[in-house]
Design a binder for this molecule. Structure first.
Ligand code: KG4
Ligand code: ZN
Length: 352
């Protein structure tokens, strides 16, 4: 029998709902609605309280629209999955409570999903043959993690960032260059026009001791860009070159560490996940580093950034394992990653 799972995602500034049908373990996306909140643009970043209020207004219509686009009634659903964390607690509570209440009213199986596990499942919607083992580079506005995934549900953390996340670095550099928020897409576009030879920024934690092989740090790179911006006598003229210099440095670090992870684990597949995986130059750079014998998989931009289809996919897998979340399950801003084990010594906390 086909399963029909409703997914809900409200961990940050996207209100999203999706309907996924699963037949014989094969997922098929029936609908995906993503409503991005515009209000944060004028503040240069997400304002949690405004995000919560916007989710409250739109969650009902977004879920209704996803069901309508899928041609599915509420009665036809066989399960509901909602993001339980990590993320902003106010926004999380809106979607999580909505999903849990809807499941409770209809006595449907309910599953709380970890946002990052959702990101890992996203490419299975477009590449049904994608299966572990693989190396995953998870690069978003809140996370930078290098993982080895030996099987679904088991995630070995090879390394992560010590300070800023990769997407956060793109956003902060864009702010320095007065390019607005989010910074990734505009930096990628301007970098294409930029001269790669003008600004050579540091490649943090590259070529250091083995203990740093899979660790990242982006705050020093951002400071180096800040200094170059302060020294520029014509920022308008230099913007494209600065964007290029920054992007080349950030991508080289990401690609080289991913290559090292492939070497260490012997994985034949690399999965690029999170908003920064929308960057076409990242996929090209990783492809060059790991060589042609390694498959590099990403997803279309709509599935790379935050969306409910990935939550439905991860939730459907957990429901198929027989897992259920109780009615006392709660959303948590710092929800632990289920199945995460720390593969090497980590002397700092897991970042959100
Ligand atoms: O995964 P995501 O939608 O949200 C979370 O942070 O969970 O990622 C958003 C991040 C932002 O920092 C944004 O600047 C970055 O992804 N991003 C990009 C690109 N598109 C989005 N970074 C680099 N290049 C892009 N094309
Ligand atoms: Zn995300």
């Amino acid at each position: 029998m086909a399963e029909l799972v409703l997914g809900i995602e409200t961990s940050c500034d996207e209100t999203s709902a999706a309907v996924l049908s699963v037949q014989d373990g094969r997922p098929s996306l029936r609908s995906l609605v993503i409503l991005s909140q515009d209000v944060h643009r004028i503040f240069g970043g997400v304002v949690p309280e405004l995000a919560s209020r916007a989710h409250l207004r739109t969650i009902g219509p977004v879920v209704d629209r996803a069901l309508a686009e899928a041609g599915a009634s509420r009665e036809a659903l066989t399960g509901i999955a909602a993001t339980a964390g990590p993320g902003l607690i106010g926004p999380l509570l809106v979607g999580f409570t909505y999903g849990k209440t809807m499941a409770w009213r209809r006595e449907l199986p309910f599953i709380a999903v970890h946002h990052l596990e959702g990101h890992l499942f996203a490419p299975t919607l477009e590449h049904p043959d994608l299966a572990p083992p693989f190396v995953a580079l998870l690069v978003s506005g809140g996370h930078t993690m290098l993982l080895h995934v030996p099987e679904w549900g088991r995630y070995d953390l090879l390394g992560q960032t010590r300070d800023d996340a990769a997407g956060e670095a793109f956003d902060k550099v864009a702010a320095l260059l007065k390019l607005g928020y989010p910074g990734g897409p505009v930096i990628e576009r301007l970098a294409r026009e930029g001269n790669p030879g003008r600004f050579r920024f540091p490649r943090p934690l590259l070529g250091g001791p083995a203990s740093q092989r899979f660790e990242f740090s982006f705050s020093g790179l951002k400071t180096a860009v800040l200094r170059a911006v302060q020294q520029s006598d014509n920022l308008e003229r230099d913007t494209n070159d600065l964007a290029r210099g920054f992007q080349d440095a950030a991508l080289e670090v990401l690609a080289e560490k991913t290559r090292a992870a492939v070497e260490e684990t012997g994985a034949g597949t690399v999965v690029l996940r999170g908003g920064v995986a929308c960057n076409a130059a990242l996929a090209a750079s990783v492809g060059r580093s790991v060589g042609q014998s390694v498959r590099v998989v990403t997803a279309t931009p709509r599935l790379n950034t935050d969306n409910a289809a990935m939550i439905a996919a991860a939730g459907a897998w957990r429901l198929a394992q027989g897992e259920r979340s109780g009615w006392d399950a709660e959303a948590r801003d710092n929800l632990p990653f289920p199945g995460l084990s720390i593969a090497r010594s980590q002397d700092h906390e897991i970042t959100r």
